[in-house]
Design a protein around this ligand. Sequence first.
Ligand code: ATP
Length: 519
Amino acid sequence: MAKQDDVFKKLVAHAKEYGFIFQSSEIYDGLSAVYDYGQKGVELKNNIKEYWWKSMVYMHENIVGIDSAIFMHPKTWKASGHVDAFNDPLIDNKDSKKRYRADVLIEEQREKFQVKINKEVAKAAKRFGESFDKEEFLKTNQRVLANQAKIDEITNRYVTAMENDDLNAIKQIILDYEIADPVSGSRNWTDVRQFNLMFDTRLGSVTDDAAKIYLRPETAQGIFVNYLNVQKTGRMKLPFGIAQIGKAFRNEIVARQFIFRMREFEQMEMQFFVQPGTEMKWFEYWKNKRIKWHNALGLGEEKYRFHDHDKVAHYANAATDIEFEFPFGFKELEGIHSRTDFDLKQHQEHSNKKLQYFDNEKNESYTPYVVETSIGLDRMFLTVLSNAYTEEEIIKENGSKEQRLVLKIPIFLAPIKLAIFPLIKKDGLPEKAHEIYNKLKYDFNCEYEEKDTIGRRYRRQDAIGTPFCITIDHQSLEDNMVTLRERDTMKQERVAIDDLHKIVSQRIDMKILLKELED
Ligand code: ATP
């Protein structure tokens, strides 16, 4: 774990050093769990957005996008259940004075038992080799069974406690399993309390409670309240989807993992409206689609897993998370939820407006069911960044070894696609380099650099994940050829300036990635 912590610390430092992510208001010592994206970060973020948006909106005839306001009528949040139920159970450690989410402590304890099971399986697989029967082993090994029994017991107790809103029972799980404060090791806990995560503010100059509004804690409700607007004006037929990318705000209790859990963050959500009774089919459909979207990036299929919910939220009849293996373990990256007709019905009731669909074929009106896919843009950013961070040893031409730090960002998402270097700062080379820059700037985000040796410039571009660098030398002025260097292989080749556009676009065009998503 210590090693993983080190890697994570290095990653955070790297993200700052190379202009990806800065602490918000850093000159005032920062604002907790709020971050700014720097000059490289914003590019990576925009590319992730583009990949998601195109895969949802451009690639589906029946999905459209919107951009709804952050502020919404306060009744929205009453209807959605957020005013009454958007709570996290929190618990304080009396010794360390640290605050935790009780559900997270319990989940981590469960994960510890799971890790023990996985270790037993790995050990046995090694011992028995090819003849190893995993199914049989899981059913018969005593240590595995004992750990599985503990997992089942925790799960059952937790689900029951949550269903009954029984905070004492939640605390009892923590006491019975002797769960300790991960920082101090102390088991001296307060009672569990509920804490609402919404930020509120006031609209206009009135100070009474009637003007209290909330910063939206999710983008989904902006889609639900616009369901009819979009359906009617877009003449949409079921099934159809509405996608949105936008900011959301949550007053998170525990916010210690960099951009994994922020108080201001961005979501990419898509609500898919379907005929009642078909929602499970669409739930499976979107599970497949979304994992395909992740896998197409090539970060490694073993880094993802589904985690089905034992206790679904009040609005859902099925829910799963796509988890990614971050440097601090497998954690939720995206949620896929079958939300039934809960939201539309609630808004219908609270607004007194009909939010239904007239089905021409059936000649009847009904409230559609909804399947949602919801991914945190910032968590996706962290997924890409943490996976990309690579320290490798390279052997130079003279046989000496050197450390290379490279961000192996999927090239479609790289902030800078092409770095353009004149070999030296004179003899007409900068002019030639600018000429190339000006030709390519319309299609690729290029960076011009003339400082330091070429080797150093390569290192800097490796550190921000630039897939291609070109160097313009004296020869280039005569034969119109440049040296093209590739990030991952570090291979260099001479190519014609006129071919540059073609060579680079053949590799980085997002179309290649999007085509992989087709059924
Ligand atoms: P968690 O259990 O981690 O708090 P959640 O289940 O409350 O997450 P959802 O409400 O399903 O999350 O939100 C959908 C997605 O939004 C999550 O999968 C995650 O990627 C992202 N997300 C949620 N909260 C945050 C946050 N505080 N900071 C960054 N991303 C977030």
